[in-house]
Every structure is written in structure tokens, then in C-alpha cells.
Ligand binder design. Sequence first.
Ligand SMILES: C[S@@+](CC[C@H](N)C(=O)[O-])C[C@H]1O[C@@H](n2cnc3c(N)ncnc32)[C@H](O)[C@@H]1O
Length: 269
Amino acid sequence: MPKSKKSFDKYAYYQLAVQSPEDHVHIFERMFYELRGRQGLSLREDFCGTGLISCEWVKSNPKRTAVGLDLDLEPLEYGRKNHINKLPSSVRRRVKTVKQNVMKVTRQKFDFIGAGNFSFFVFKDRHTLLQYFKAALKSLNREGIFALELAGGPGFIVSEREQRTYRDKKLGKCVYYWDQKDFDPVTHYGMYAIHFKTEDGVMHRDCFTYDWRVWTIPELKEAMLEAGFKAVHVYWESADERGEGTGEFLRSDSGENDYSWIAFVVGTK
Ligand SMILES: C[S@@+](CC[C@H](N)C(=O)[O-])C[C@H]1O[C@@H](n2cnc3c(N)ncnc32)[C@H](O)[C@@H]1O
């Protein structure tokens, strides 16, 4: 196996293969507008990692502000250096990321709290989930909205390894692997991982690993209502004529029994 000479920047590969912050901002702003009839201005990005969604949010409108929260200094510092510090100063001063547990109520109150890429699956029992929802509710302003992105369907729990090839000017050709290692139907605990193969042929295993509980939509709705949210909505991805997801999420009381799906559960104050 050839050895990689260049240092491996796992966040750059993650950004290329996994993240689309423009899509998240588009989804969040549409939800807020639909539910509140005005533009959402302040965002708290929970489990922000490198804070890419926060950066995109403040870029999208000069009145917008964003605070990202994450427990891990490594992605936070990477994001400060590579994303926040590269923004023009008029944009940069409206965004910050903080090393903080999302379980803690923030002094600042927000229009929108969003948690992307299923990160809240890290909470493995209902009591903890409920504490998180209560803390989020207290961190919202009067018209605040709380949105959780989740995945599900049989295709999300089977043992399976999906791969996709990317070609990027800077990173070259690389292969992204989404590895669904294990799932227990009794506990709904699942083990997931991301690997990358870089252009030099080196396989970088377990760059990101996830020890999750795969929550279901009704469990989340019930817990949000119990935490005190006034109403809970589900945003389900619309499909084109061929049944492919369009990237647009619409408020819905039911969904298709797709092999794999992504949805948002959204609580309003
Ligand atoms: C799947 S990554 C999400 C990265 C990014 N939000 C995205 O959309 O790709 C999950 C992140 O959640 C953070 N995290 C886990 N538990 C947390 C907690 N209780 N409070 C804040 N951050 C937490 C981890 O440090 C990690 O960076």
C-alpha cells in the first residue's frame, strides 16, 4: 500500500463529500419564512463542527448573525482558520463559534436553532434527549424555531457500505465511503463511519465515527411536545417524476416508505 506524503486534511474531504451549507441555509430560511412570515435572522448552529453552515448563513444576508456550538476544539479551530477568518470583516464579525455543550441554555436567544447531519443521534436515551429539547426551547426567542435533521428507512440501518467518487481541483480524485457497520433493532443503537481513499491510493479508515441512537420521527415529535414546544412539524423531501429526492423539504403529515430518507422535525415555540 503506498504511503501518503501529503498531510491528510480530513475536514477538506468531509466538506467535499458530505457538506452542502448552501442547501442547509436555503432549507432553514424557507422553514422560518413559512412558519413565521418573515426572515429568520439569528441562527444557532448546534453540533457545528467547523461552522460551515454558520458562515453560509451570515453570508446570505447582511442582517444575519450566527453562533455555532461544538464540544470539540479540533473542528472549531479548523473552522476558525479555514472558514471564519477567510470571510470579509463585515461578514466575519457577525459569526462566531464557541466550545460549548448544546445541553446548556445560551444567554443569547435565537430565531432558529438547527442541528444538521443527524448529530443529535449522539443522545442515546430519552431523558437526555428531552433535556436537550428543553434547553433548546429556552434558548429560542419568542418566535423561535428548532429544526433537527434526521435520516431513516431500511437503507439507513442495513449493514452496507456506500461509496462515491469525487474529483476536486485541489484534492484530486478521491473516494468517499459511508460505512453502516452495525445496527441493533432492540436498542436502535448504530455504528457508522466515514473513510476516504485519497488520490495516492491510501485508504484513510474511520476518519469520522459515529456511535448513535437512530431516533424515529414519532419519538422526536412526542419528546418535543413534552419538552414544551407548541407545535411540531415534519418536513419531508419532495420527489421528482422518477422518485428521486429534489432537495426541497415540504411540510407533511405523512411520508413515502423510501429505502433511505432524510427529513426535518421542527418544533415551534
Ligand atoms: C456529525 S458532526 C457534525 C458536523 C457538522 N454539523 C455537519 O453538519 O457536518 C457532530 C459534532 O457534534 C459534536 N458534539 C457531540 N456532542 C455534542 C454536544 N453535547 N454539544 C456540542 N457538540 C457536540 C462533535 O464534537 C462533532 O463535531
